[in-house]
Design a binder for this molecule. Structure first.
Ligand code: HEC
Length: 135
């Protein structure tokens, strides 16, 4: 009987681990596709960017921070040339509002969990709500 009390929590942790990993992998695969097509020409396949032109997407405030601001950057593009980790970048990022809510949630979840980043998922509902407020 004692053993059951030990096994139940262990089994649930393993199961939860397996299911979250499974969801992540599908989202990550889709996100990687969107990234390769729309983002990597500028930000590079490994997220390292191009000095002076396109910022890296490694552990920056925008990538890891406020989700609404991050979603807004994808929808509206960015042309502020503010310092990002002490550097400035002179290229212009065009708006990507032609991407679907699903594509944006996938690509941002991918970016937030690649290149050494580790942050929470961005859901389709979150993108939808920011899009509705960003016109
Ligand atoms: C034409 C090149 C180009 C493309 C394509 C592009 N970006 Fe950008 N991106 C930039 C530039 C340049 C900046 C910085 C602009 C500035 O400083 O004003 C930027 C900024 C960003 C930032 C903010 C970085 C920070 O830490 O402040 C994020 C996040 C980002 N891009 C993600 C993406 C994603 C995701 C995609 C694909 C959906 C994408 N970009 C496509 C050039 C590009």
């Amino acid at each position: 009987m004692k053993r059951i009390f030990f096994l139940i929590p262990v089994a649930s942790i393993v199961l939860i681990g397996m299911t979250t990993q499974q969801i992540d992998k599908k989202v990550m695969d889709r996100g990687k596709k969107v990234y390769s097509q729309y983002c990597s020409p500028c930000h590079q396949a490994d997220g390292s960017g191009v000095p002076g032109l396109n910022p890296p997407l490694e552990k920056t405030t925008h990538v890891l921070g406020n989700k609404s601001s991050l979603i807004k950057i994808i929808l509206k593009g960015l042309n502020t040339h503010e310092e990002i980790n002490g550097e400035t970048y002179n290229n212009v990022m065009a708006p990507h509002n032609h991407l679907t809510d699903q594509q944006i949630s996938d690509v941002l979840t991918y970016v937030r969990n690649s290149f050494g980043n580790k942050a929470s998922l961005i859901t389709v509902a979150e993108v939808k709500s920011v899009r509705a407020k960003t016109k």
